[in-house]
Each structure stands twice: as structure tokens, then as C-alpha cells.
Ligand binder design. Sequence first.
Ligand code: FAD
Length: 503
Amino acid sequence: MPVEYDVTIIGGGVVGTAIARELSRYQLKICLLEKDADVASGTSKANSGIIHAGYNAAKETLKSRLNIESNPQFDRIARNLKVPFQRIGSLVVAFAREDISKLKKEKEAGQDKGITGLEILNQEELHRKEPEIHPEARAALYAPTAGIISPYLLTIAQAENAVKNGAEVRLRSEVVDIKCDSGAVSAVVLKDSSELSSRVVINAAGLYADEIAALVGESYEITPRKGEYNLFDKEYGGMVKHVIFPMPSEESKGILITPTVEGNLLLGPNSNPVEDKEDLAVTREGLEEIWEGGRALYPDLPAEGVIASFAGLRASLPGDDFKIEALEDPVGFIDVAGIQSPGLSSAPAIATMVRDILADIAPELPEKLTLREGDFDPKLKKLPSFQDYQEKLDKWQDIFLQNPDYGEIICRCEHVTRGEIVAELNKEFTSPTLNGIKRRTRAGGGRCQGGFCGPRIAEIIAEELGISPLEVTKSGPGSEILWARVKDVKPDCDLVYGLGEKK
Ligand SMILES: Cc1cc2nc3c(=O)[nH]c(=O)nc-3n(C[C@H](O)[C@H](O)[C@H](O)COP(=O)(O)OP(=O)(O)OC[C@H]3O[C@@H](n4cnc5c(N)ncnc54)[C@H](O)[C@@H]3O)c2cc1C
């Protein structure tokens, strides 16, 4: 039987999709498998969204090197993939006089690693850059190359671009076993018992990388560390201009405040170990902890401005570095594990490192590891978005005169039209769920968090897919948003589903 795939990637986070996109430059048959209903369903959906300058990690670590290599690449990647990215710079803020000498050491260490533009700002310079920061903030380390990005839009766009270039991305495809033959990987087995034969298997399963590695006899343990956040309404987005860090501790970079690329403000994360890899619960103690951290930097942070709270889980490995290597036994298995922060900032260089490892370990692949001549398109097309036309409404009028769907606002908070939702649902690579649409268009991501537009989006999904609204989900099977027709529960009621037109 012929081998179906040259390379199978397990995990559709920012790392797995970056690898899929990078490998789609070559003449390889690639399949990415994601267990959930969309890519960016794990750690890549809930993090600070910062592209770090790269001075934090110790020089000799892999994560330091890969972060520094990746940072300058983000302008081009974001431009090609139409992902919002802003190089707004970061500030590490010192209050105590003795912390200023620590900032100077950080600066020297950063310069030694080749990071450009690092500067120590005195009190006046700091307050000029950040007028609303705590009045007692005394100095800061300024890193102009730090930036902010939408982590889930980057992940989605990488997957979409990989698909455009011939890779397959299969959602709702959980890997439960890996088969080997004569000391080399030969196939992955999915939860529905189907098998996909593959020469190489890349383990980019995030929090579950240890469980995937165990399938080929490897033993290490990933511990989840939770980070909780508050997201503020766009009304407060302008309060903070840069990514603001406190002085770091041994364990973490501390509780930060940053604007997001969508124009909100984000406060968090704390860092606490948890037992359960699915424990995304936000706790009262956790929120108090981040609030205390936030007020220490910005005393006027408005409690009434919080529109959502959420948590993300870091995939911690002992040793606190990335683990990116091929196994000797079985041949053809590559681990990309322990990718905690700065994994988002390092994804482009992780992908090229994996490509180089692949060239070393798969002797039958070199001829396929030649570039696909003139065939690879690094770019995605930007679909019309009402948000981008706020200053040129006459141009938007031309769009909705051609297609009236672009004249009907569905999400009032974020100003998303029916046309934008329908266009996303009809893309070659999409996820027809409420979360899938929220991440791609922002519909349901504003102040009311979908309270108003959720049912209308569900109705559009049902219409476009030709399914019953009962089948529409938030994030795949098991998360259906309606459980019965109103008529079935209350026969005298003439509403069907409680959505849409009266029947
Ligand atoms: C609180 C917090 C803040 C952070 N802030 C930053 C930051 O500002 N900047 C930065 O650079 N980094 C940051 N990080 C780190 C960054 O988010 C991660 O390094 C990155 O998202 C890891 O991506 P990944 O693809 O390895 O993992 P994930 O995004 O978790 O992807 C793994 C995927 O594998 C899938 N999967 C698992 N098991 C299977 C299976 N059996 N079959 C198929 N699919 C499977 C999962 O569903 C998941 O989608 C932060 C992390 C956290 C938690």
C-alpha cells in the first residue's frame, strides 16, 4: 500500500500550523490533525499575544535563540497573512531605586544577544510615554522591537495558507495511537479507528505532547500552569500605549498590561500549577491576584471596564526550555514539546528548525525537500471588513451595493456584517461554529460577548450549512447551543427554536 503522507503533524496550535505552512513550501504530502473543531483551540487561543523582543530567556536556551530569530520575521508574516500586528514596544517598570541596576543588567544581557534599540528610560521619559502609569514608577527598560499580535488569527491564517499550498488540515481528528514498523513510525490511528500512513510524525500537541510521546515509548511529563486574564472594553484600550511588565521574578515575567490589536486592554496572567489539562476555570483568588498586579502599575484601572475573564494553560516541562528533537527510536518521530512562553514569538523559527531536522532524519525525503517551483504562495487575501472602512464609508457603500449582506450589521458591538460572516463560512478552510466565527470576524467578541448577536450568527451558520439550528455548536459536538425546539417543549407556543422568524 503506498504511504499516504510524507509528514503528519499532530496539533493545530500556532506551532503545528507554522510547521505545516513552512513545510508546504516543499514537495511534501502533509497532513495536520487537530482534535478539536478548529485550530487555535489549545494554548494558542488564550495567551498575552505578545511578540517578545527576546531579552528575557537565558542566552544558552533554545527558546532565547528561537525568539530572537523569529522576532524580525513578524512584519513580513503578518503582512502576507493579513494578521493584525503592531510593534508597539514593551516597558519593564522599576519602582525601587535598586531595581534600576537590575534593568541595566537586563539591557546589557539583551544587547549581548543582539537585541537592538534597548534603552533605559528615566522617570520623565517613562511618564511621557505612559501618562497614566503609577506616579511612583521610577524608570523602565524600553524594548522597541516587542509587539502585539492576534494569536488565534495568526494560527488560523497559517493553517489557511498551508491549505492553500496543498497541505491537508483535518479538524476533529484526535490521534489515539502511533504505529511503528521495523523501528520507524508508519501510521497514526485516529479516535474513529481510521489509520493514516505517514513517514514522519511531528508531535506539536501542546499540553498533550507527553501523551503523544508515550505512544512511541518516550517518557516525560508536561505540567499545566494556569494564567488568568481580564479583558477590558475598547473604551479603555488607549489607556496603555505599550506592553507594560513589572520587574520579573525567577518564575515568571509577572502580571502585565497591554493593549490588544483589536483595541481592548488585557490584564494578566498569573502563573499557578493545576492538575487538570482542561482546567480553564477562572477563580476569584486568581482575579484578585491579577487585579492587585494591575493596580500596582495603573492605579486607575477601571473595574467596570472588564468585559470578559479567561484563562490559558502553559505546557511546562522540567528544565524550562523547549524540547525540539527527533527520536532515534522510532525513526521518523519529532518532538516539539514544552512550548511555553515565548512559543508564540518563536513559532516561525521553530518551524524552520523542524524543517532542518526533517531533512536530517528522513533520507528518502530530500528530493521532496526541494522548493515547489513558483508554486508556493505565501500570501492570503484580505476579505472586506466593515471595521477597516470606518474612515471611508463611501467605499463600503460600493461593497454593499454589490452585495446587500454587507449592509446588514449582525454584531452591533464590533460592527460585523452578515456578508463578512457568510464569506468566512464559505472559505476553503473554516470552522462553522460560533467560536470559529467569533475568532475570524470578531462577531460576538465585543462588549455584549454575543448576548445579542449569538442567536443571529447561529441562524446564519444553519442557513449556510443547510442544517438545523439544533445542530449549530459553540465549538464542536457536545457544545450545541439549543437543546430542543420550543414547540416540542411547549406545544402551545408557536416559536420554532426560539430563533429567527415566527412560524
Ligand atoms: C497564560 C499564557 C500567556 C502566554 N503569553 C505568551 C506571549 O505573550 N507570547 C508568547 O510568545 N507566548 C506566550 N505564551 C505561550 C504560547 O501561548 C504557547 O507557547 C503557544 O501557544 C503554544 O502553541 P502550541 O501549538 O505548542 O500548543 P497549542 O496551542 O496548545 O496547540 C496544541 C494543539 O494540539 C491539539 N491536540 C492535543 N492532543 C491532540 C491529539 N491527540 N490529536 C490531535 N490534536 C491534538 C490541541 O487541541 C491543540 O489545539 C503564553 C502561554 C500562556 C498559557
